[in-house]
Design a protein around this ligand. Sequence first.
Ligand SMILES: [Zn+2]
Length: 228
Amino acid sequence: MNIKHHLDEATLVSYAAGAMSQAMALVTACHISMCPTCRERLAHSEAMGGILLENLSPADVSEDALQTLLDCIDEEPDLGAELLDCTHPNETESRTHTYDKGIPHALGDYIGGSLDNVEWKRIVPGVYFHDLPCKSERGGVSRLLRIAPGKAMLPHSHDGNELTLILQGSFSDEIGRFTVGDIADLDNEVEHQPLVDSDVDCICLIATDAPLKFSTLLGKIVQPMTGF
Ligand SMILES: [Zn+2]
């Protein structure tokens, strides 16, 4: 694997702080499991966070602060502990950031351990998706996308962030060429149209934190059908 496209610093810090949606955290964890460079950067971010916490001065709190906190914990709804466990950076470090048989463990837990087991839904000929049960924000998605050689996504930009991790094949867009292990970490200022340039289907793991913004009429027409 020759990874050229990495996570933004802001994405790594947000992941280290546990401040991401479950959908974004899954893609981030999967890239980290494939990328020694970002594993090292994450360890550095976490160490910096620890130093900042150690240097905070103690603040006065009210007498009932502890009871208020305990009440909040009791009221916390069950968000699906099993799903959260596999993407939480601090509690399951050893397993979250591992990679085996062509697939990150954090993703394998959702799809029976292999891309061969995935049940795909067709959007148009040559373009398929499989939704994952991870929580996203503001109408975003958490899904696998499979696109045949020579096919392109419709041109689009974003209302928020989009993370795309390549698991098989490759694509090119306005930013560059993305192969296995690369991650496209895009914000709302980028418009792009990925074109699959490998001779096998390109399979990506995608998370967005808001619906995409399609710039063509065709894109706007198919958007309700695709859930993007
Ligand atoms: Zn990386």
